[in-house]
Design a protein around this ligand. Structure first.
Ligand code: FAS
Ligand code: PHB
Length: 390
């Protein structure tokens, strides 16, 4: 088969790009190695920058998000037994974030692709990009035991951190930057009323905690745990007790607990691969970069990659203009590194580090004191959290 754009990966990056290109008459194929149920069984991001929400609307996939998602104009940072609110709207010139789970967003994108008759192949085995340094790249994969091939004009590697596309770029070409953090996040999803109408990021000497939500009847909580912990080490009761210890007393007392319907530990890392293009292969989303979830930049970093790729491919096919493709890696990385910086900064600010010296802990307190005493500092926080311009 022949297709204009071959996309490896049926996560949010690949699906959003496929849907946006479809609406501009550009045909794609999406190759996903797992089943749809497996992809939709993952619990991941929960906060969308306003730019991501706008892209979903442009992809004609924003209706349920606008109906069921929540616009948040502020958030809290708890420390030393108190919590202080940052008015995101006031300090970002009126912008906000959309609280809407990645699982639901991915479901909406799948449904849109199905409705448009998009080609999304699940359980695609051994997907391989070929000829990426030529003008005639192609994809191969195994489907129901049969070898398949798709000749493409461009290949998008949207296959996440463990995918095949980044590894297809010659070692001598790729530069990788990585920082691994000495702790993980234990996350719990529970069918309980959220303890707070807005997110609470908590810094505590026992470790970081986060109170988030998916809706008014579905709560998402996290606590920092040592890398050596396993999820089976944590009963629900042990989780709730530890979460309470890390929250201000009024919040801890208001916490409504319940059985976990999902419980998992995610490691934290910062990672960027440069360049994000090699020949006819373009990397997007987690295939090229990873952030610790502290700044809620993970999924949102994928959004700007998709935005740049979408416009570059439309310019190529509609206007024979390749400036967007030629400058994609440079433009995407410029915004990616600012998201890396903010995610690293929030992680250093709010977590306890095993090797921290008293000076480091005192500096964390000073950073928080400065944040809450300076409108300029709150402005910088807010413009990063709601999303820097694409
Ligand atoms: P994804 O990894 O979502 O999708 C890639 C797809 O490619 C997957 O479906 C995979 O099955 C498929 N694939 C992989 N290899 C393939 C191959 N060889 N052939 C075909 N298909 C292949 N971000 C936040 O903002 N907030 C959070 O709280 C948050 N929590 C997270 C928790 C966890 C455990 C993880 C892993 C990530 C979390 N993230 C969070 C980041 C996450 O949301 C990503 O940024 C987001 O999934 C990126 O989307 P994609 O780039 O589409 O990559
Ligand atoms: C979530 O709701 O899963 C979430 C929210 C904000 C973060 C990380 C995760 O920074």
């Amino acid at each position: 088969m022949k297709v204009q754009v071959g996309i490896i990966g049926g996560g949010p990056s690949g699906l959003l790009l496929s849907q946006l290109l479809h609406l501009k008459g550009i045909d794609t194929i999406v190759l996903e190695k797992h089943s749809r149920e497996h992809v939709l069984g993952r619990i991941r991001a929960g906060v969308l920058e306003h730019g991501f929400a706008d892209l979903m609307r442009e992809a004609e996939c924003g209706a349920r998000m606008d109906r069921e998602g929540e616009i948040h104009t502020g958030l809290y940072i708890a420390h030393d037994g108190i919590r202080e609110r940052i008015d995101l709207a006031k300090y970002s010139g009126g912008n906000s974030v959309m609280v809407y789970g990645q699982t639901e967003l991915t479901r909406d994108l799948y449904e849109a692709r199905d409705k448009a008759g998009g080609i999304v192949i699940h359980n695609a085995g051994d997907v391989q990009p070929h000829g990426i340094e030529t003008d005639a790249p192609y994809l191969t994969w195994r489907e129901d035991g049969v070898e398949r091939r798709a000749d493409c004009e461009f290949i998008i590697g949207a296959d996440g951190f463990h995918g095949v596309s980044r590894k297809s770029i010659p070692r001598g070409v790729l530069r990788e930057y990585e920082r691994v953090y000495p702790f993980g996040w234990l996350g719990v999803l529970s069918r309980t009323r959220p303890v707070s109408p807005e997110l609470i990021y908590a810094r505590h000497d026992r470790g970081f905690a986060l109170c988030s939500l998916r809706s008014q009847v579905l709560s998402r909580y996290y606590i920092q745990v040592p890398l050596s912990d396993r999820v089976e080490d944590w009963s629900d009761d042990a989780f709730w007790d530890e979460l309470r210890r890390r929250l201000p007393q009024d919040v801890a007392e208001a916490l409504i607990t319940g059985p976990s319907i999902e419980k998992s530990i995610a490691p934290l890392r910062s990672f960027v691969a440069e360049p994000m293009r090699h020949g006819r292969l373009f990397l997007a989303g987690d295939a090229a970069h990873i952030v610790p979830p502290t700044g809620a930049r993970g999924l949102n970093s994928a959004a700007s990659d998709i935005y740049y790729l979408y416009h570059a491919l439309v310019d190529h096919y509609h206007n024979s203009d390749d400036i967007g493709l030629e400058t994609y890696s440079q433009r995407a990385l410029a915004r990616i590194w600012k998201a890396q910086r903010f995610s690293w900064w929030m992680t250093m600010l709010l977590h306890t580090f095993p090797d921290a010296i008293p000076y480091d802990r005192r500096l964390q307190r000073t950073e928080l004191e400065y944040l809450f005493s300076s409108d300029m500092a709150k402005g910088s926080f807010a413009e990063n959290y709601v999303g820097l311009p694409f």
